[in-house]
Design a protein. Structure first.
Length: 320
């Protein structure tokens, strides 16, 4: 049985592309590429893979993606989304996987004209050129609008059973979903956080302070972020779950009310007594009480020798 590697986003289009190819007696192995700015696989994704009998795996490309994010060759979209460079990276990774699995081609759920930056015929050609995958990227939902691919020319894929969907309409996809028996329609997978203007402000802050790392970008998803000096920032937990996540970090300084009725404040970078005082005041403010005992805990040893008097005191009383 011929085999194909598919890019799986978690949205309806990539699922329909997989099922369209599987319908032609092709074994499909699907991969979700983790950039750090989208969603990881969820239980519903695994349930769909099980229901429709295709293999589904994750591939961590966060390190490579961060390098692209700093200086994308083909630029950003409306915000900090390097859509073209991102898709080229995924296709290059899929190419390596294709050889490892002895697969014959790559499948994506891209629809011609659906996204203004990355889903255009000219960009599709550019991607093939950049990845050296000419004729090996099958886009089943728009295939009849594009040149025939190698699997089509070889007769591995019947072009007549592919589609000519274009633009941003969802009606053809909804009809296909009913045909394949998809009961709960997955939402469009355009969940890249780099398209969100408020999130991008926090990413730019990491750019400006040379702090763009996997660990720091993961923390952007939680809490309120404050840059209190060029060398130091704080994150304030907004709920119990975020507080617990912050307390698992093994570096920095943590501040929280002694009775735990309030936020955890995480202070990172290079800090002095001034920064600790500011962080404690913010902790008191978000505790919404005028008299609050703040516990200060040190999560690292490197800076402790300079601030023993503050950090070993542990409980300090502050007033708004």
């Amino acid at each position: 049985m011929p085999k194909a590697v598919a890019l799986y986003s978690g949205g309806l289009d990539s699922l329909l592309a997989i099922l369209t190819v599987k319908e032609q007696n092709i074994e499909v192995v699907a991969f979700k590429f983790l950039t750090g700015f989208g969603n990881a696989l969820k239980q519903e994704d695994e349930d769909l893979a099980r229901k429709f009998s295709f293999e589904l795996k994750e591939v961590d490309i966060r390190e490579k993606f961060l390098e692209i994010l700093k200086n994308p060759r083909y630029g950003y979209g409306k915000n900090l989304n390097p859509c073209i460079d991102c898709k080229i990276l995924m296709l290059k990774e899929a190419k390596t996987i294709m050889h490892q699995y002895n697969a014959e081609f790559i499948v994506t759920g891209e629809v011609s004209g659906q996204r203004p930056m990355s889903q255009k015929k000219g960009i599709f050609s550019l991607m093939e050129k950049e990845t050296l995958l000419k004729g090996l990227i099958l886009r089943p939902l728009s295939a009849k609008l594009l040149p025939p691919t190698i699997p089509e020319l070889k007769g591995v894929i019947d072009r007549n059973l592919l589609y000519d969907i274009s633009g941003r309409t969802r009606n053809p996809q909804i009809a296909l979903a009913k045909k394949f028996g998809i009961e709960k329609i997955p939402q469009p997978a355009g969940g890249c956080l780099l398209t969100d203007p408020s999130f991008c402000k926090k990413v730019r802050d990491l750019f400006e302070h040379d702090e763009l790392t996997i660990e720091n970008t993961e923390l952007l998803r939680i809490g309120r972020h404050f840059r209190i000096s060029d060398r130091c920032k704080i994150i304030v937990g907004r709920n119990e779950s975020e507080n617990e996540t912050l307390l698992k970090i093994n570096k920095g300084v943590f501040l929280f009310p002694s009775d735990f009725k309030g936020p955890v404040v995480f202070l990172s970078g290079t800090y002095s007594e001034r920064e600790i005082q500011v962080a404690a005041s913010i902790c008191v403010y978000y505790s919404k009480r005028k008299n609050t005992e703040i516990v200060i805990k040190n999560g690292i040893t490197e800076n402790k020798k300079n601030y023993d008097a503050i950090l070993e005191q542990e409980v300090v009383k502050y007033r708004l």
